[in-house]
Structure formats: structure tokens, C-alpha cells
Design a binder for this molecule. Structure first.
Ligand code: FAD
Length: 370
């Protein structure tokens, strides 16, 4: 008999899980319905940088998830035949203000790259060499270039994954839903019973799980970024992403689009209003490196809500009190990088009885849910 599966969320976890439930071995045995309300979604607001290897974080489980997440991207792009609008391996340039710190970073990068094929080549670049790779910069810093780094457009990315899965076994329903105490999904059309449910509602997850008598420790964080449209030659397409130390990232897309972000506002909660002060701060950060920018080139401001756990770690697993429900979340500021691995593992666990040990990536979910 075909198993009925619900996914609550069309963010990066939900969309990747939906894709793999339509693609992996055994997908013929499931019919999937994805519910997504969309408001405040972090995935479509995100800057889109996939480059975890030189992070200052020292959390081993997070690093295992992020490192393998970055590797999974290349496979996922092939599996789902994603377009260059969704994913592009442009390389990333990471900077340090202090030259000695940059040399340390370069040596760390060389050691990691020798064990991590997905990182590609690592190069120490002078400011003139950075300028050659990013001709738009008028004040280029020196930096470490990692050729395996990539940028994604979160909105395109999830739309393409879902369109792919819709050709197989996925139905998408754009509405807010809730759970009742017995684990039914309450939709605008009435309650629905599913064999398995994936809940990945990001910053809204505490509210989603509440009717089950559960309390989840996640807090929302507001993130804002600006999009600019700059007149530049087609030969400048595919410039690398720049991640300057303690300043906003600059993510060049093709056809003159530049994304600058993002803010991390702990007191912003679920507020989705774009703020002038953030716009000015992001613009000034970008203008430090690209003097000729003008505010008139700002075409959009995007706002999303990230979800953080107390120990800043993502989590995923099966609810011990209701094993038909699987959860994944708490992705914080690197969720585009870690989210696809979680979506993959959740899908795999529904389709197959052969599972890898999740403790390698996450503490038991009881750490986060009480
Ligand atoms: C400004 C910004 C910049 C970022 N930049 C990067 C970056 O460069 N690199 C990186 O790796 N990460 C980045 N992140 C982090 C990353 O975007 C998030 O961690 C990740 O996208 C979270 O994915 P998610 O699937 O857990 O949640 P989300 O993407 O938030 O998706 C959750 C979805 O569930 C829906 N939902 C909630 N409740 C319900 C309900 N009851 N019924 C139906 N639907 C519901 C929401 O509307 C939403 O669509 C950034 C985040 C922000 C905000």
C-alpha cells in the first residue's frame, strides 16, 4: 500500500526532503503532500553562501553536517538537474583584517583542502589578485580563495526541487496548517491523517509542536539584506562570493545583481519590516569595497527569520513520543549548507530501514524538545 507522507514546510529542509522522497529508491511507495505558508521563510531570504570550511566555529557535529552538506550540493544539483540560476560554483574569498591571521587561515585551508576534495583549490590572493577575480571592487582586500565555494538562490533552488518532485509523487498546498494532539494535520479543508509527517517549520516550530504537548527551544532572529542592480559587462558574470571579516558579505549574481548581507538581529524576532537603518548599514559596508555604488541601485530589501537553538546547533530526529513524526530545524545562519543533508536523511529514513548513525550530526532531539 502507498504510504501517505506530509511535509510541513517548503524551506530548504522540506524541499530537499520532498525531492529525495520522489527520487530515492522506494519512492514509488509514497505519496507526498507538502504544506507551506511561505511568510518569513529564511530560505528564500538568504544570502546563499555555501562555504563552511573556514568557519570559526569548532562544533564537530555541525561541521560534519555542513561539510557533507556542501558535498551533497554537487550531487543534488546533478540528481535534480538544477539550473545555474539555482546553484553556481563560483568560489569564495574569505578575508582577515590582520595579515598574520590571513596566513594562519591559509595554512588551515591548505590542510583541510588536502582531506576535503569538495573544497577544490585553495589560493592566497594579494589585493591585486582579488581585484582580478572581482573586477567590480575598487578597494579589494587580500584573501584566501576556495574554488569549491558556491552561491545559491534559495528561492529558485526550492522552486526547482519542488517542480521536479511534482512530476513524480508530490502535491504542494500553499496554506498554513497545524497539528492536533493525535498527530493529524488540520488543513483549511479539514483534518487529514498521514502515515508519516516531517515538521521543519523553522522559527515557527515551537508553535507547530505545541499541540502535541511538546516545548521546543528555538528562538527567532531577524535577518535583512539588500539587492542591488549594477551596470557591468557580461564578462564579470560568475565572480566569486566575498566574505570579509566582521563586515557584510558580497554575493555577486549574474547580469549585474549584487546581494549584500545579512544582519543578525536578536531583538527583531518575527518582525518582517525592512528597516532603513539596516539598509544604510549594509549599503555602507558594500560601498567600502565598491565606491561607485549609489543608493538608487538598491532594487529590493529582503527579510527572513532564522531559527536558533541554545547551543547554536541544528537538530533532527524522530519524536520519541510520536514516532510517525520526524523533525528538523534550528539551522541558524548556515542552514542553506546544513539543511539539504537533514532533508536527505529524513527522506531516507522514511524510504529505507538501513540508516546511518545520526548521532554523528546531531545531539538526541530530547536535548532540544521537552
Ligand atoms: C537574511 C538571511 C541570510 C542567510 N544567509 C545564509 C547563507 O548565506 N548561507 C547559509 O547556509 N544559510 C544562510 N541563512 C540561513 C538559512 O537561510 C536558514 O537557516 C535556512 O534556510 C532555514 O531553513 P528551514 O527549512 O529550517 O526554514 P525556513 O526556510 O524558514 O522554512 C520554514 C517554512 O515553514 C513555513 N511554515 C511555518 N509554519 C508553518 C505552518 N504551520 N504551516 C505551513 N507552513 C509553515 C514557513 O512559512 C517557511 O516557509 C540565512 C538566513 C537569513 C534569514
Amino acid at each position: 500500500m502507498v504510504k501517505q507522507v506530509a511535509i510541513i514546510s517548503g524551506g530548504i529542509i522540506g524541499a530537499t526532503a520532498a525531492f529525495y522522497l520522489s527520487y530515492l529508491k522506494g519512492h514509488e511507495s509514497v505519496a507526498v503532500t507538502l504544506f507551506d505558508e511561505d511568510t518569513g521563510q529564511a530560505t528564500k531570504a538568504a544570502s546563499g553562501i555555501i562555504s563552511p570550511w573556514l568557519s570559526k566555529r569548532r562544533n564537530k557535529r555541525w561541521y560534519a553536517l555542513a561539510k557533507q552538506g556542501a558535498e551533497l550540493y554537487q550531487q543534488l544539483v546533478n540528481d535534480a538537474q538544477l539550473s545555474a540560476n539555482a546553484y553556481c560554483r563560483t568560489g569564495t574569498i574569505v578575508t582577515r583584517k590582520d595579515h598574520a591571521d590571513l596566513l594562519d587561515l591559509y595554512h588551515e585551508a591548505e590542510i583541510k583542502a588536502a582531506q576535503t576534495p569538495a573544497m577544490g583549490n585553495v589560493e592566497l590572493l594579494s589585493s591585486a589578485e582579488v581585484k582580478r577575480r572581482m573586477p567590480i571592487l575598487t578597494n579589494p582586500p587580500e584573501g584566501v580563495f576556495v574554488s569549491g565555494g558556491a552561491r545559491i538562490d534559495g528561492q529558485h533552488f526550492v522552486a526547482e526541487l519542488l517542480a521536479n518532485a511534482q512530476q513524480e509523487n508530490l502535491a504542494v498546498v500553499n496554506q498554513r496548517v497545524s497539528l492536533d494532539g493525535s498527530g493529524r494535520v488540520l488543513t483549511e479543508q479539514g483534518p487529514r491523517q498521514f502515515d508519516r509527517i516531517i515538521v521543519a517549520t523553522g522559527a515557527w516550530m515551537h508553535e507547530t509542536l505545541k499541540p502535541l504537548g511538546l516545548s521546543l527551544k528555538v528562538r527567532p532572529q531577524k535577518g535583512q539584506l539588500i539587492d542591488l542592480l549594477v551596470d557591468m559587462p557580461a564578462s564579470w558574470d560568475n565572480m566569486p562570493v566575498m566574505m570579509p571579516e566582521s563586515m557584510s558579505d558580497i554575493i555577486p549574481f549574474n547580469h549585474g545583481k549584487l546581494v549584500v548581507g545579512a544582519t543578525h538581529e536578536n531583538d527583531g524576532g518575527f518582525d518582517l519590516t525592512p528597516k532603513e537603518a539596516a539598509k544604510n548599514q549594509l549599503f555602507e559596508n558594500a560601498q567600502y569595497f565598491i565606491e561607485q555604488l549609489s543608493k538608487a541601485q538598491i532594487t529590493d530589501m529582503r527579510v527572513g527569520t532564522r531559527a536558533y537553538t541554545d547551543d547554536f546547533s541544528p537538530f533532527f530526529g524522530i519524536l520519541p513520543t510520536m514516532p510517525s513524526i520526524l523533525v528538523g530545524g534550528g539551522l541558524g545562519s548556515s542552514g542553506l549548507t546544513t539543511g539539504p543533508m537533514i532533508g536527505y536523511h529524513l527522506a531516507q529514513s522514511i524510504l529505507s530501514s538501513h540508516l546511518v548513525d545520526w548521532n554523528h550530526y546531531t545531539k538526541p532531539i530530547g536535548t532540544y524538545i521537552s
